[in-house]
Design a protein. Sequence first.
Length: 248
Amino acid sequence: MIKLKKVFKISVFITILIITVIALCLNVSCKKTELVKESSVSSEIVKGQKEEEIDKSKDKYFEEKESKIDEEETQATIEETSEETSESVELSKISEEVIQVEMKIESPSFKNNEVIPSKYTCDGEDINPPLIISGVPNNTASLVLIVDDPDAPGGTWVHWTLLNIDPKTTEIAEDSVPKGAIEAMTDFGSPGYGGPCPPSGTHRYFFKLYALDVVLSLNLSATAKDIYQAMEGHVTSSAELVGLYSSK
């Protein structure tokens, strides 16, 4: 009986030991399984992170590429615009040069460097010849006309001075003064036209036209010297007509 009890106790002990060993094995197996699972999850996470980093690298690369392309296109556009602007400026300058007409003073009675008809001299009616004005600059405030003879024995002789001529004037008829203009002093000692009257030989008579950016504050007592001083720094354009005359 006692032997049976001992055998029974030993059997129980062995059974408990076996169960314990089995339990430990199962526990170790579960942990291994969990470790494998965790390792697998970690691998997936790492793989996902790597893929994400690769995607980000790709995105960054393409963004930089697109940015560079945009910059190149922008620079090209700027250069094209700059070239177009330069071309426009050049065309504008050319247009201005083409449009801008040189100011002229002419006479239907005689051409430049030709003889002045005696009608307009001291040998005739002694009246001013007709004059044609063209090409006056747009910004002109007034015109000045001075007629003189640089071949006079005592030096340049002033024959006629006209101040503050309307810049819209295109014609000065013979024996007339443009409306609003002022006849100033001449070397004859009075205002008004005095025709060519050379003592000898052939003299040149300069009809000098000046475009000014101001209206002169002078009156009929002003001399040619006064006029030239007042015009200084205000002449925007000029023209001249030369007539010749020999006394009879």
